[in-house]
Design a binder for this molecule. Structure first.
Ligand code: ARG
Length: 458
C-alpha cells in the first residue's frame, strides 16, 4: 500500500498513514473553499505575532508576501491542492513553509483547532450577509408583484377550502413578513458568529502574551459600537459549533417558508387554479406530454427544504455525544454547513427571478374571487351590525341564515336561486344586493391588507 506522510504527523509515528486512511480523513476536497478566510486569518495572526515581538518585520513581510502569492495562485486555479496534506490549513501552511522558511512560525501559538473555528466563523459571517441581501431581493420582488396587481382579489383559503376573498398582495405580503423574521433570526445569529476564537490554541490557549484584541480588530470581529469580540473560554471556542447549528436552524426555517411559497405557486400555476403564468424560461417541459409546462423551479425549491432540514438534524446529531473538546467528528460539520448555505442562497435567488418573470391571470383570479360563498362571513358581520345591534345567543344563531343566503344568492342577477326559509325575505335580499357590491367589499379588504407593516418598509 502506498505510504504518504502528512505534515501533521510528528516524529512519534513509526509508520506512515495508509492511503485509504488518508483518503478517509481528508477534508481538502470540500474545505478548500475556506482558503480566503484561512489566508486572511494567518495574515492577522502573524501581524499580531510581530507586534508582540515574536517575529521580525522582515519575517512578517516575507510571510505576508508569500501568503499573498499563494492566494493569487489559488484564485487563478493554479495552486495544486494535495489530499495527503489533509485540509486547507495544512495545504497552505506546508506550501508557504516550503517557499519561505519563516512560514514555520505561522503555527506559533495557533492550532488547527482554533484556526478551523476561525475560518468557519469568517466564512459564515460573509455568507449570512450575502444571504440577507438575497432575501431582501425576494422581499422586494414580492412587494413589486403585489403592487403591480394591487387590484387583484383571490380567494383566501383555510383547510385548502375557499374561505374569504383577499387581495393577492395581502397573500404575497404574508411571505414578506415571514422573510423579515428570517432576516431577524439571521442577524441575531450573525452577532454570535462574529466572535474571534483565535488564541484558544488546541484547547488551553497559549503561554505567549498574545494580543487577541488586535487580531479580533484586524479581522473585523467587533460589535456595532466597534468593541472587539473575542471568545471567553478556549475549550468552548475550539469545540463549539452552535453558531453553525444556529445558522442551519434559521436557514431551515427560511427554507420552510420558501417551500410554502413554492407550494402556493405550484397550485396557482396548475390548470385547476390558473392564477399565474410562469415564464417559459422558468419552467420545463415534459418529454412525453407536450401540453405540460412544469413549475420545476418551485418544485426544486420545495424539494431542497428536505436537505436543509436534514443538514440541521445532522449537525445536532454530530454534536450530541461529543466529549470536550475538539474531536475529529467536527470535520463533518463543513459539508452540512456549506450545503445549507449554498442551497438556501440559490433557492432564494431563483425564486425571486422566477417571480419577476411571472404574470397574474386577472380574469381567473376575479372569477374565483367572485364566488359568493366567499362573502358569507363578511355578510354575517354586516348583517349583525345592521339588523341585530344587541348581541344575544338567539341572534348569533340567526347568523346562520345569511350563510344560507350567500350560498343561494346569485350576484349576477341579484336573485335567489332557490327560496330560503326566512322571515322577511325581501328585506334580506335587498341587504344582500347591497352587500354584494364588490367595490364595497374591496374597500373593507383594503383596510385589512394595509395593516401589513412590511408594505411600508419597501
Ligand atoms: N480538517 C479539520 C477539521 O475540519 C481541521 C482541524 C483538525 N484538527 C485536528 N486536531 N486534527 O476539523
Amino acid at each position: 500500500m502506498k505510504k504518504i506522510s502528512p505534515v501533521s504527523r510528528s516524529g512519534r509515528f513509526a509508520h506512515e498513514v495508509s492511503a485509504d486512511v488518508a483518503q478517509f480523513t481528508e477534508s481538502i476536497s470540500f474545505d478548500h473553499r475556506l482558503w480566503r478566510q484561512d489566508i486572511l486569518g494567518s495574515m492577522a495572526h502573524v501581524t499580531m505575532l510581530q507586534k508582540i515581538g515574536m517575529l521580525s518585520k522582515k519575517e512578517l513581510r516575507a510571510i505576508v508576501r508569500g501568503l499573498d502569492t499563494i492566494a493569487k495562485e489559488i484564485k487563478a486555479g493554479k495552486f495544486k491542492w494535495k489530499p495527503e496534506l489533509e485540509d486547507v490549513h495544512m495545504n497552505i501552511e506546508a506550501e508557504l513553509t516550503k517557499r519561505i522558511p519563516a512560514g514555520m512560525y505561522l503555527h506559533t501559538a495557533r492550532s488547527r483547532n482554533d484556526q478551523v473555528a476561525l475560518d468557519m466563523r469568517l466564512w459564515l459571517r460573509d455568507e449570512i450577509i450575502a444571504l440577507l441581501g438575497e432575501i431582501a431581493g425576494l422581499q422586494r420582488t414580492l412587494v413589486s408583484l403585489g403592487e403591480k396587481y394591487s387590484d387583484v382579489l383571490i380567494p383566501g383559503y383555510t383547510h385548502l377550502q375557499r374561505a374569504q376573498p383577499v387581495y393577492l398582495a395581502h397573500h404575497l405580503l404574508a411571505y414578506v413578513e415571514m422573510l423579515e423574521r428570517d432576516c431577524e433570526r439571521l442577524w441575531d445569529c450573525h452577532s454570535r458568529v462574529n466572535v474571534c476564537p483565535l488564541g484558544s490554541g488546541a484547547i488551553a490557549g497559549s503561554t505567549l502574551p498574545l494580543d487577541r484584541v488586535l487580531v479580533a480588530k484586524l479581522l473585523g470581529f467587533v460589535d456595532a459600537n466597534g468593541k472587539p469580540r473575542v471568545s471567553q473560554n478556549s475549550m468552548d471556542a475550539v469545540s463549539d459549533r452552535d453558531f453553525a447549528v444556529e445558522f442551519c436552524a434559521a436557514a431551515a426555517l427560511l427554507a420552510v417558508h420558501i417551500s410554502r411559497l413554492a407550494e402556493d405557486l405550484i397550485f396557482w400555476a396548475s390548470a385547476e387554479f390558473d392564477f399565474i403564468k410562469i415564464a417559459d424560461a422558468y419552467t420545463t417541459g415534459s418529454s412525453l406530454m407536450p401540453q405540460k409546462k412544469n413549475p420545476d423551479v418551485a418544485e426544486l425549491a420545495r424539494g431542497k427544504t428536505g436537505r436543509v432540514v436534514g443538514n440541521l438534524v445532522a449537525l445536532l446529531t454530530l454534536l450530541k455525544g461529543l466529549p470536550m473538546t475538539y474531536n475529529r467528528d467536527l470535520q463533518e460539520d463543513k459539508e452540512r454547513l456549506f450545503d445549507t448555505a449554498d442551497s438556501v442562497r440559490a433557492t432564494v435567488r431563483i425564486m425571486a427571478a422566477m417571480l419577476r418573470n411571472t404574470k397574474v391571470n386577472r380574469a381567473k383570479c376575479a372569477k374565483a374571487a367572485s364566488d359568493p360563498a366567499l362573502l358569507a362571513t363578511d355578510f354575517a358581520d354586516y348583517h349583525f351590525q345592521q339588523l341585530f345591534p344587541p348581541r344575544t345567543e338567539a341572534i348569533a344563531h340567526e347568523l346562520l341564515y345569511p350563510v344560507q343566503y350567500a350560498k343561494h344568492f346569485d350576484p349576477a342577477t341579484g336573485e335567489m336561486e332557490q327560496p330560503v326559509e326566512l322571515p322577511s325575505v325581501a328585506e334580506e335580499v335587498e341587504l344582500l344586493r347591497r352587500f354584494y357590491q364588490i367595490q364595497a367589499s374591496r374597500e373593507k379588504l383594503k383596510r385589512t391588507s394595509k395593516s401589513s407593516k412590511a408594505k411600508k418598509n419597501f
